[in-house]
Design a protein around this ligand. Structure first.
Ligand code: FNR
Length: 350
């Protein structure tokens, strides 16, 4: 079994410069067209981008989605991205805290409160690991970094392609139910690039989960990333399922139909994508890969520039749809294309 820190390094390096995104499938945000408003009747500079999530105010409805921790390179990335989140008033998540659960010496690679005292900070652990840990152990992961909520990630697709991955997924639903009941902070059920389906969302709703991160198909594919690391047989399997999953746009609507607080994510690359995710009902919009690339290649200044471009593009979408705040953007008139319509019609709860 490769060391966790080595695996983290592999993941960062592959994501930084290889083709790790969906090939044919899109996240279907391209099937969402916002109606242009020629008479917006607002002052663009007075548009209110603020939002809230997990009990915290954000200056803008954006999340830097959890990616890493547990290696020296990961520590730099977490600190720099958290610093930018603090400056721009965005939410930020760390990657899976499994490495620090195993080896407490790695805790510092996830700690960002020194540079980001005010941000909405999300912790992260895999559902399979959560099932193996007590609530007290999980609570320690939250406390050690001062997180405002805990993402419990669901990633069976990735695990089945990862050479050293998990294959027994029993007990995850009970573990999530227990954490929802017992943890001191909200639990966010999070996919990792395959999206949350109607059935998964119904199961999560039934055990009291109120927050989800769609992490839909159409962006970074973890089946793909693991295929690149895998020996031949699993590589072929990974190629076969490269684009597997529920497109982000569909997953956002499914989750809103179940009255959840929704992080819309999976393949969002611009502020315009964020605007379309929010117009479908997402509370905030999450992105991972573009932040990693900006930070990996150009450090905090690159990440800050990317964030500012996103904010400008989001503000522009709000101006051109006549939305003076994020709630109004959520109600913005839109046209839904036929492919997305069909995904939406396939939900038994439509
Ligand atoms: C991730 N992602 C992820 N998710 C998670 O819950 N725990 C984790 O440890 C990681 N690790 C990780 C590393 C790197 C380098 C990337 C790029 C991503 C998944 C991430 O949070 C997100 O759900 C997906 O990447 C989809 O969003 P994008 O990348 O298409 O914007």
């Amino acid at each position: 079994r490769p060391d966790i820190s080595d695996r983290k390094r592999d993941h960062i390096e592959l994501c930084a410069d290889q083709d790790v995104e969906a090939r044919i499938k899109t996240n279907l945000l391209d099937a969402v067209e916002l109606f242009h408003d020629s008479l917006p009747e607002l002052d663009v500079d007075a548009i209110d981008l603020s939002a809230s999530f997990a009990g915290k105010r954000l200056k803008a409805p954006l999340l830097i989605t959890g990616m890493t921790g547990g290696a020296p390179e990961a520590e730099r990335i977490n600190k720099e991205l958290a610093m930018v989140a603090q400056e721009l008033g965005l939410a930020f998540g760390v990657g899976s805290q499994r490495a620090m659960a195993r080896n407490p010496d790695l805790t510092a690679t996830y700690q960002v409160r020194d540079v980001a005292p005010d941000i909405c900070l999300l912790g992260n652990i895999g559902a399979v690991q959560a099932a193996e840990m007590s609530t007290a152990q999980t609570e320690d992961l939250v406390g050690a970094i001062g997180a405002d909520a805990l993402c419990v990630h669901l990633n069976p697709g990735q695990e089945l392609i990862q050479p050293e991955g998990d294959r027994d997924f029993r007990g995850c639903i009970d573990a999530i139910a227990r954490l929802v009941e017992e943890l001191s902070v909200p639990v966010i059920a999070k996919e990792t690039g395959c999206g949350l389906s109607p059935r998964t969302l119904d199961r999560l709703a039934k055990i009291g989960v109120k927050h989800v991160d769609t992490s839909g198909a159409g962006g970074t594919t973890w089946i793909g990333v693991e295929a690149m690391r895998a020996p031949a047989a699993q590589q072929t399997l990974g190629e076969l399922y490269w684009d597997w999953g529920v497109p982000t746009a569909a997953s956002i609507v499914y989750a809103k139909r179940r009255e959840m607080n929704v992080i819309g994510s999976g393949g969002l690359r611009t502020g315009y994508d964020a605007a379309r995710a929010i117009a479908l009902g997402a509370d905030i919009a999450g992105m991972a890969l573009p932040w990693l690339r900006a930070c990996y290649n150009e450090g905090a200044p690159g990440a800050r520039a990317f964030g500012e471009r996103c904010l400008t593009a989001l503000r522009t979408a709000m101006a051109l749809t006549g939305s003076s705040n994020v709630d109004e953007l959520r109600q913005a008139p839109k046209m839904i294309g036929p492919r997305l319509e069909r995904w939406l019609a396939a939900d038994p709860r439509r």
